[in-house]
Design a protein around this ligand. Structure first.
Ligand code: AMP
Length: 307
């Protein structure tokens, strides 16, 4: 069951209270692909990179079952670059630099070999380009999931609202849900978002887990309490990769299976934050993932007798 992933493949410079990196590999589609390819192949990547992007990363992704036919390489420009600084609590960050570079003239197309994919993950990217990919699909995928961030709400809110009408699931963090709706209450914001297009909404709350909304139902998945969160960059995209990977693997897009999928997403995100960049995702094994998912089961499972 194929999964198309659209988004950035980038370089990031990250500052946390525990350390600092110069330029390391990042990007929304990079993290989604690393996470999702543990569950489903092929992952069909649509992105753009510059002349600086490390061939070894591309080769590593290919070896994991990621198709890169839809990744454009530009010879005379650098890749998208993002730099951010995290605060002590690691739940909030400031964007220091967003250099679009190759992204400024990205014109994404769906390669012929990707047509017919059942799952489409629209990772963080210009909303207009997310729309362009939906419009290029000859058959609408069974499930379209969209991730976005404050940056695009600030400069392209109308385009974002237009593409929201075409997706099944929206993933945002709590501050983005507030910015999108003007509602402070997360529950009120969720109700409003569910009238804007998506039938399902996932609100990520960092170390406080994630909420899944659908009609009048709410489901909560915790984040694993970790002693050290080293670098939260990419945790949202890694969550998205685990979520989509599980749904594509099981071919079941019911609300009930989405509950399991957000646990899988949370488990994958918990690895991502253990090291800088995608490093931890590159080293984990299937057994590590299974053990981590079991830790989540143990964390929330309890019996109760109501008398
Ligand atoms: P996350 O921590 O999951 O929100 O995602 C972080 C990743 O998103 C980083 O690796 C960045 O390269 C990438 N990123 C940052 N800003 C943007 C943006 N405006 N559009 C697309 N990708 C971005």
């Amino acid at each position: 069951m194929a999964l198309i992933v659209v988004g950035t493949m980038a370089y990031d410079a990250i500052e946390t209270p525990f350390g600092k990196t110069d330029k390391i590999v990042g990007g929304s589609a990079t993290y989604v692909a690393y996470a999702a390819s543990n569950f489903v192949t092929p992952v069909q990547q649509i992105s753009i990179v510059g002349n600086d992007f490390d061939e070894a990363i591309m080769a590593d992704l290919k070896a994991r079952g990621v198709m890169t036919e839809g990744v454009v390489r530009v010879k005379d420009k650098p890749s998208f670059f993002w730099s951010g600084r995290y605060h002590m609590d690691m739940n909030s960050r400031d964007t220091l630099v967003t250099d679009l570079n190759v992204l400024a003239d990205f014109d994404p197309h769906v390669p012929e070999a990707y047509q017919g994919a059942d799952f489409l993950m629209l990772g963080n990217l210009m909303p207009k380009l997310q729309m362009q990919v939906i419009d290029e699909m000859r058959v609408r995928p069974k499930l379209i999931v969209l991730d976005t961030m404050n940056f695009w709400m600030d400069i392209a809110m109308d385009d974002l609202k237009a593409v929201l009408k075409k997706v099944d699931v929206l993933m945002v963090n709590d501050s983005e849900a507030r910015q999108l709706t003007g509602e402070y209450s997360i529950v009120k914001a969720a109700k409003t978002i569910l009238t804007m297009g998506p039938k399902y909404l996932i609100i990520k709350k960092g170390e406080h887990g994630a909420l899944l909304f659908h009609e009048n139902h709410v489901f909560y998945a915790p984040a694993l309490p970790l002693e050290d969160v080293f670098d939260p960059t990419g945790a949202g995209d890694t969550f998205a990769g685990g979520f989509m990977g599980h749904l594509a693997k099981t071919k079941d897009i019911s609300f009930n299976n989405m509950k399991t999928a957000i646990i899988v997403g949370s488990a994958m995100a918990s690895f991502c934050v253990e090291k800088f960049g995608p490093e931890r995702l590159q080293e984990i094994t299937r057994a590590d993932i299974d053990n981590r998912i079991q830790e989540f089961v143990n964390l929330v499972q309890f019996d109760i007798d109501l008398v």
